[in-house]
Write a protein that binds this ligand. Sequence first.
Ligand code: GDP
Length: 194
Amino acid sequence: MKEAKYIKGATTLAQAPSDLPIFLLLGRSNVGKSSFINALTNRKNLAKTSGTPGKTIVLNYYLINNEFYLVDAPGYGYAKRAKSVKDDFIIMIENILIYHPKIVSVLLLIDFKVGPTNDDIEIYEFLLSLNLNVIVVATKMDKISSTRRYKQTNVIKEKIYNPPYFYAVSSANNINVSNVRKELLERIRNYETS
Ligand code: GDP
């Protein structure tokens, strides 16, 4: 990913750029999404690692190689959010998933150590019901000792119906991030020629 720049934060679907294909990144708050975007793009501070979640629901658009966007959706599952705000979040995500014309894939981030939460499983089922192509990325793999990683991988995969595209990564130690990068770039190449 040679070039990566922040373009805008969109708070409505109307403001969301639809000129180029997108990868949408979803995951509960604190899953390591900002760290993963930074690792993926080899930038230290492209995506800010999160503090206290704000109330505004913003989709952050990062333009990569002038070819596609990584779209960072706010973390779901904030207990602190008022119900109405949570509903707005779900509606906005649903809208983009259903109406965005150029979604290549959705990256669903889950915590490798914690495993898929009920929220994660619910969102995953929802994505499958929309026939979206999902890449599951399990974050913070370094938190589990290397001898237990194989077993944990199988436990996670089983809970989410053995997803065809699954990567366990560590943004902190840069493990497997390049494999996800390769996968995304290949998908963009195929998307552009199809
Ligand atoms: P976000 O809320 O999903 O954007 O999550 P952040 O990227 O802000 O990360 C949440 C916390 O997890 C921060 O304290 C990060 O330093 C930590 N974190 C993120 N990625 C990793 C990782 O690969 N390994 C470890 N050990 N910690 C991580």
